[in-house]
Design a protein around this ligand. Structure first.
Ligand code: NAD
Length: 494
């Protein structure tokens, strides 16, 4: 197909490289005259590199490089060679995008399909000023386009039937994975990603742990490639904060998506992350960045007697030794250590919480209360570290760090499913491809047990009183029925 890409910046270049590699002819245009030749050289250099590294045949790279056509104006008529598709990747501004498409509508035949790569604007609003809004849909790529295999296909309210299907087929034929997503704030991936980061900020707001500890727990207990703060440093906190606000505002301040007060001042101070060399971590010369050495808690007695409360800690393998000064370890599942102390009359100074989710992972997570004595903390660390596990110590909270992050990821994802924003399988695929999580959130909940996730959220909601943790009906119904969370909505008779 002949594809015109307008906007030859970061995304336009990536989309161009992907499209010529897949065999399409790509016209490139930009408002800045110098941007087009720069983008053509950039894409040719990337193709050259792919050929040099053997990732692409030499002849294919040459052919793809020759399929790039520089245009002097986005509005070039094209005549008999008019493009079948225009993909817009210009400034993220509604007026700019709407004006571009109305100009393109005048210049190009009615058969040319329009696609916008907007990440946060409404596709419907971008198309609203067109004479024929039916020809436009969203085609949301991720950066870097050649490596990020996911593309969200977003029909607007007025998009004609057949247009999203055509775009999805083109994406699939060209080697990427399309998912169809309703025109809603954040679409799918940026909405699903709010579960992790808003909860990470909530943990920080409540001083449950510092950001390096939260990142370590996210990596080691949940198996995420990157902790939430590390990730925000990579994405740029300015970008993340704006997405958090857009999604929260767009969903009319739904509690589940509530952002923290914390990012605003950090953004104003320029603590954006890697691109400004300072974010949650420092990235200057010789700085360790997120690879910060972990503080060690030494001097504890690994042989101290331990009393385990309840059944949730069986995985610890520690014998139940009745001893007067035994440490008391309680499992926290949406609950706090302090609540267990109060309910069961446990000795506060030597009672600590253990996150059952952390058992069976490389890192065990202990929770301490304001009443826990220092010796008990050191001994508990030594006991939990006995068989070579890393141990994190966090402050008492309902649930624990990993539980709260996972509960939020799952609850937000089930909210997406229940609003019909995307099909359940597509939610899981998009999150694994777009966010790099080890599992799709719905399948992840099923692995842990949807009934357990439901009890976790219910306990969190009850102890905190925060409606943020109210489990969605999607989750509640499927857990009650013993069905996988990926079970789609039942059809209804017309
Ligand atoms: P960018 O600033 O790198 O590139 C934008 C390009 O558009 C520039 O070359 C600019 O000169 C050109 N431009 C601006 N107004 C124009 C106009 N009226 N006509 C023609 N050209 C114009 O930006 P980017 O990061 O490539 O983002 C482009 C779009 O893609 C935005 O809508 C953005 O939200 C979206 N997006 C970005 C990312 C990302 O990670 N960067 C990911 C997904 C989607």
């Amino acid at each position: 197909m002949r594809i015109r890409i307008v906007g030859a910046g970061t995304m336009g270049r990536g989309i161009a490289q992907w499209a010529v590699t897949a065999g399409h002819t790509v016209e490139l245009a930009d408002a800045r005259p110098e941007a087009v030749p720069e983008a053509v050289s950039f894409v040719r250099a990337m193709l050259e590199r792919a050929a040099a590294k053997g990732r692409m045949g030499r002849a294919d790279a040459d052919r793809a490089g020759a399929a790039l056509v520089a245009l002097e104006s986005p509005y070039a008529a094209g005549g008999a060679e008019a493009p079948g598709l225009v993909i817009e990747a210009v400034l993220e501004d509604l007026g700019t995008k709407a004006e571009l498409f109305t100009g393109l509508e005048r210049a190009l035949p009615a058969s040319t399909v329009f696609a916008t790569n907007t990440s946060s604007l409404s596709v419907t609003r971008i198309g609203a000023r067109l004479g024929d809004p039916g020809r436009l849909a969203g085609l949301h790529f991720f950066n870097p386009v050649p490596l990020m295999r996911l593309v969200e296909v977003v029909p607007g309210a007025a998009t004609r039937e057949g247009v999203p299907e055509l775009l999805a087929a083109l994406v699939a034929e060209s080697g990427h994975h399309p998912v169809t997503v309703a025109d809603t704030p954040g679409f799918l991936v940026n909405h699903a990603g709010r579960g992790l980061v808003t909860e990470a900020f909530a943990l920080l707001e409540e001083s449950v742990a510092g950001h390096p500890a939260i990142d370590r727990i996210a990596r080691d207990v949940l198996g995420l490639r990157m902790g939430p703060f590390e990730l925000m440093d990579l994405t740029g906190l300015d970008v993340t904060a704006s997405v958090m606000d857009t999604v929260w505002d767009g969903f009319r301040h739904a509690d589940r998506l509530r952002p923290s007060y914390l990012p605003a001042n950090r953004v104003a101070a320029g603590l954006h992350g890697r691109k400004s060399a300072r974010g949650f971590y420092s990235y200057g010369e010789g700085e360790p960045g997120p690879g910060l050495p972990e503080p060690r808690i030494e001097g504890g007695d690994p042989a101290r007697a331990v009393r385990l409360v309840g059944d949730g800690l069986a995985g610890l393998g520690t014998p139940r030794e009745p001893a007067a000064d035994a440490l008391v370890l309680v499992p926290t599942w949406g609950t706090s250590v302090s609540a267990a102390v109060a309910a069961d009359g446990l000795p506060a100074e030597r009672t600590l919480g253990v996150d059952p989710l952390s058992l069976g992972t490389p890192r065990r997570v202990l929770a301490v209360t304001p009443a826990t004595d220092g010796e008990a903390v050191r001994d508990a660390v030594a006991v939990l570290a006995r068989d070579g596990h890393a141990v994190s110590v966090v402050r008492d909270t309902a649930g624990s760090v990993a539980q709260r992050l996972l509960a939020s990821i799952v609850n937000v994802a089930t909210g997406i499913a229940e609003r019909g924003i995307a099909a359940p399988d597509d939610i899981d695929t998009a999150v694994t491809l777009g966010l790099g999580y080890p599992h799709g959130p719905l399948a992840w909940a099923d692995t842990v047990g949807s009934a357990r996730i439901l009890s976790l959220l219910r306990a969190l909601a009850q102890e905190t009183g925060d409606p943020r943790y109210r489990p969605t009906p999607w989750l509640t119904h499927r857990a009650n029925l013993g069905l996988p969370l990926r079970t789609p909505m039942p059809g209804l008779p017309e």
